[in-house]
Design a protein. Structure first.
Ligand code: ADP
Length: 328
């Protein structure tokens, strides 16, 4: 929707789980806005910092030498109180008192929902950028941090493959992604994994055993099973136990965990974040809000925020088929 409010001052925050590339996004937001004569505040520690009035004024140097670093210079947090409308009203008042005309939110689904409610309830101009390794935000083909997380996991699995091959072993490697299967699918395809297991599907241990045995028969010296963590890490131990019971295969477990969240962002994530920050500010200044900067068919475009609040998990069918076809 197009609106006419004159925006002279904005604030930017990062919220929820951190992701590599958030710093590039902050840099792009800050420098695009400064270049358009807008005053910019950074809010430290997400919505929690907003409620604590934790503002810092940003200039071009505030975002110097951060493009290559993972994490977020603004830091992040979870803030359960933000689910309450009276707490969001307090946040809006703090922004008003500070003279902030618009808010830029960099985060995942939860952070988008918080921003959307601020906009709905108080008419605050809000723009969101998808900062999450899970790649589960509706409306965007890719989120900032996903490519880096996949690359980190692929590097780790390649190393595990070396030892698995040398010792003729089966490894179960558990990757992050909460309820999203995107990381597992990409890592599975990119590492030539023999199986990919999703918590959302019932565990077919007979199928996994027979795939491993078929591989051994045709001369494979190792097998890698990629397992998506789901809500709680640890599914890989269940797979290990059942594999041993079913077919005597004694697999090793490796849970990659938080290493997938950190590290220097890939050029793909840096480029995406840089484009998204720029598009978000340009949209805001042309009165196009509330929106989410979204990557759609190769272009970064502003999409109505209300279209981007859901969780997507669209990769399952075609990428599962691809992984199966290539791992015979
Ligand atoms: P992410 O943004 O990475 O998905 P969370 O789901 O933890 O991470 O959300 C981050 C923060 O966004 C929460 O701690 C809370 O402050 C806010 N938030 C999440 N969901 C909502 C909601 N439905 N309403 C208001 N605020 C929300």
């Amino acid at each position: 929707m197009t609106q006419n409010k004159k925006i002279k001052s904005i604030a930017v925050l990062t919220s929820g789980g951190d992701s590599p590339g958030m710093n590039c996004a902050i840099r792009s937001v800050v420098r695009t806005a400064l270049g358009r004569g807008i005053k910019v505040y950074g809010i430290k520690r997400g919505y929690l910092g907003l409620l604590e009035s934790n503002f810092i004024e940003m200039n071009a140097s505030s975002v110097g030498n951060i493009i290559q670093h993972g994490g977020t210079i603004l830091q992040t947090s979870r803030c359960p109180e933000f689910h309450k409308s009276e707490v969001r009203a307090k946040a809006y008042k703090i922004l008003q008192d500070k003279g902030v005309d618009a808010l830029v939110v960099i985060g995942g689904n939860g952070s988008y929902n918080g921003g959307h409610l601020l906009s709905e309830e108080h008419g605050l101009p809000v723009v969101c950028l998808p900062g999450t390794i899970d790649n589960d935000i509706e409306g965007t083909d890719y989120s900032i941090g996903f490519d880096t997380a996949v690359q980190t996991a692929v590097d780790a699995v390649d190393k595990i493959r070396d030892t698995a091959h040398s010792h003729e072993r089966t490894f179960i490697v558990e990757v992050m992604g909460r309820r999203s299967s995107a990381i597992a699918l990409h890592v599975g395809v990119c590492t030539g994994a023999e199986n990919i297991v999703f918590p959302s599907e019932s565990l077919d241990i007979k199928q996994i055993s027979s795939d491993i045995k078929r591989g051994i028969k045709r001369g494979k010296s190792s097998s890698i099973i990629i397992c998506a963590e789901g809500n709680e890490p640890g599914l890989s131990y269940k797979i290990k136990e059942e594999l041993l019971k079913d077919s005597g295969i004694d697999a090793h477990v490796c849970i990659l965990g938080h290493i997938q969240r950190g590290g220097s962002p890939t050029s793909i994530d840096r480029f995406l974040a840089s484009r998204m920050g720029h598009v978000a500010i340009e949209a805001l200044l042309s009165g196009n809000y509330p929106i989410a900067a979204s990557f759609v068919k190769g272009e970064v475009i502003p999409l109505d925020l209300s279209q981007c609040l859901g969780k997507k998990d669209e990769y399952l069918p075609h990428f599962t088929d691809l992984a199966r076809a290539l791992s015979i």
